[in-house]
Design a protein around this ligand. Structure first.
Ligand SMILES: [Zn+2]
Length: 178
C-alpha cells in the first residue's frame, strides 16, 4: 500500500476539523490481488464518532473449490460506517446525545479516542468482507479434477467372482500381463 496510507492518531483527525482523505492505490499483502486496490478512504472526526467512508476497487485471484482452477473476481464497494469513539460501547443515552442515533443503529465498532485510525486496515476489512464464502469459478466450471475428461468405465476387476473361478481368473490375468 502507499506510504501515505498509514495509521493516524484520532487526536490529529480531531484537530484537522475536516475529513481526511487518503488516495488508495497499491497492494494489500493479505489479499491475493491481481490488480492494485484503487479508490479512496476518508475519515472525519465528529466528536463522539468517526465517520469513515470509502470507495474501493480491485480484482483478486481465487481458487475454485470445485475444479481447483484459479479464477479472477472483481471486488468493488463503497462502504461507510460510523465508529464510536470511547472506551466501550456507547449507552443509549450517549447515542441520543450524539445526535446521530439513526445512523448509529447496528453500530459495533469502537475506537479508543486516544488511539489511531488505520485506513489500510479498514480498507482490507471492507474488501475481505466481499470475499465469497464459497469460491466458485462460474457456470462454466468443469467440476472436480478427477471427473474431468474421464468417461466413467465400469471397473470389471472388482466384480464379484465365484471363488471356484477366482484361481482361473488370476491365471488369466497373469497370462494377460506377463
Ligand atoms: Zn471451477
Amino acid at each position: 500500500m502507499t506510504e501515505a496510507l498509514e495509521p493516524v492518531p484520532l487526536q490529529e483527525l480531531r484537530a484537522l476539523g475536516t475529513a481526511k482523505v487518503w488516495e488508495v492505490e497499491g497492494e494489500l499483502d493479505e489479499l491475493p490481488l491481481l490488480t492494485p486496490v484503487r479508490g479512496h478512504v476518508s475519515a472525519e472526526h465528529r466528536g463522539n464518532v468517526l465517520a469513515v467512508e470509502g470507495k474501493l476497487n480491485t480484482i483478486v485471484t481465487l481458487c475454485c473449490d470445485r475444479c481447483l482452477n484459479q479464477f479472477n473476481q472483481k471486488l468493488s464497494c463503497t462502504p461507510s460506517e460510523l465508529i464510536w469513539l470511547g472506551d466501550e460501547q456507547p449507552t443509549a443515552d450517549e447515542l441520543e446525545l450524539s445526535g446521530e442515533v439513526a445512523e448509529m443503529e447496528g453500530l459495533v465498532d469502537v475506537l479508543d479516542p486516544r488511539g489511531q485510525f488505520d485506513p489500510q486496515q479498514w480498507a482490507f476489512e471492507q474488501l475481505n468482507l466481499l470475499l465469497p464464502a464459497v469460491n466458485h469459478c462460474g457456470d462454466h466450471c468443469p467440476g472436480p479434477p478427477g471427473l474431468q475428461q474421464q468417461p466413467v468405465i465400469p471397473d470389471t476387476k472388482t466384480k464379484l467372482v465365484d471363488p471356484r473361478w477366482q484361481a482361473l481368473q488370476q491365471l488369466q490375468q497373469q497370462i494377460d500381463q506377463p
